[in-house]
Design a protein around this ligand. Sequence first.
Ligand code: ATP
Length: 323
Amino acid sequence: MVEKVQINNLSVIYDNGDGVKDINLSINQGEILTLLGPSGCGKTTIMRAIGGFNKVTAGEILIDGQDVTNLAPENRPTGMVFQSYNLWPHMTVFENLAFGLKLRKVSKADIKKQVATILDLVRMPGVEEKFPSQLSGGQQQRVAIARSLLLKPAVLLLDEPFSALDAKIRHEMRSEIKRIRQDLDLTIVFVTHDQEEAMSISDRIVVMDKGVIAQVGTPNDIYDNPETQYVASFIGTMNFDQSESGEVVASRPEDIVLGQAGEYEHSATIADIMLIGHYAIVTLDLPNGSQLQSFISRSEVPNYLIGSDVSYKVARHHVYAGK
Ligand SMILES: Nc1ncnc2c1ncn2[C@@H]1O[C@H](COP(=O)(O)OP(=O)(O)OP(=O)(O)O)[C@@H](O)[C@H]1O
């Protein structure tokens, strides 16, 4: 694997003391790496530091082995797309796309060719003469991505690029980004606070917590082996229970295997059954007064009644030191 971006001991501290501390991260060529975490955890701060929009307090950032820590954004091999589309409203799509190429003194004929090619790539052929206001949100974001790609960035930085789009278009755009990455062997850093988006798009996820990295891993790693209670609570659904010794026991609802009364070692009563399409969420009342959720398939639902006694086993669990 070829290392594309290396972030060494990076700190970005704002005047008020907020920011990110001692971030170490390497990003591979062709990888989609996602920075994930709740609002204010420092995702955008890291992203902006890679793009050159934030003053670095300490540490260094290398791209293709070159130290870019003190380079201005326009001198870095990065392209950034923000949540709001940032297209110039008074310019046509063609003019929006041609702008950067003109600055680079590309010939007129070449610009025309490159614009047409990139519009094909983002599946928007023939919209050159439209104005941004004549395009849907998803289409505008495709054009914004196309505009970044035209400048052939070594690393594409996408800061919550789909959060203003409705759910269906957002799903489509996730697949599009993966395809574009594949077509261009592009390295992408993606910021989101949406864990489902992070799980579906990323090769690796960096889970952030209050300015530091909580865990880095593939979506599977993070889902199956959350290293801390914080990561466990942030990714997917998790049941939490306190053991008698004060430890926290965590289990995924899909790992709570439900059976008829007496079938498994633990007893419970069904408090609720909620059908969610192809599966159902069963809420169990436990003898100790706490509750647990179990996912069962739709076909199993007729076997269970609210208020009835059942049993369960825990196929897999995690234990964390209590707070
Ligand atoms: N220009 C700034 N000046 C001072 N503090 C800032 C500035 N920008 C961000 N911060 C603070 O730094 C911390 C990290 O902010 P950042 O924007 O990186 O978080 P984020 O994870 O991207 O959040 P969001 O999802 O809300 O965009 C927050 O506490 C934020 O209030």
